[in-house]
Ligand binder design. Sequence first.
Ligand code: A5P
Length: 220
Amino acid sequence: VNEAQKQAAGEAAAQLVESGMTVGLGTGSTAALFVRALAKRRLDITGVATSVATASLARSLGIRLAELDEVDAIDLTIDGADEIGPQLSLIKGGGAAHTREKIVNYASRRNVIIVDGSKMSKSLGEKWPVPVEVVVFAHLQTHKRLEEFGRPVLRQKAGSVVRTDAGNVIYDVHAGEIRDPAALDRAMRAIPGVVETGLFIGRADVVLVAEASGVRRLTR
Ligand code: A5P
């Protein structure tokens, strides 16, 4: 679905990268198309991956990688998103990578999000639940606390519980339309056992939206 649009967004993002940059590499199918387009440009860059999956893709394409703690700062991070609401607020974590993605995002001078048109929504939460990374210890207690905000569903794939790169689990909290995403983010993160939410508020400088008519550039 929307493969050509994702490809266009990935290529447009690759054009933003210049030799000498340290570049944050996002996770997901759209970010993977960006990583492929970036590798084709053969620039002298250092990548910082947001997941084990992205690290192995980048390595296989010959992109030099560093750990975040080995670099001073990241110049530019390109990542995908699951849903984009007003003021470029984001829901991320559909690929279970949002904690690392958020750490890389905050370490980056500029953050560009690439999506196809299907990800845009009038009200954040109308399309996606909020992914919340939770430590395994007594996660049913954390589940109970999360019920205050909606219906939490433990994420499973092919019959087994999904684990993040850090070994934690994910609860997808069906919270409906979110009126105040910053407040919801704060309230969820205040629960013991919650590692991070997939709400990214005020963290996208630019969103590149690929549609049939071309790539639109949105700024906050
Ligand atoms: C990963 O955890 C997510 O934040 C991704 O950025 C998101 O799921 C986008 O993936 P697609 O580009 O495959 O839709």
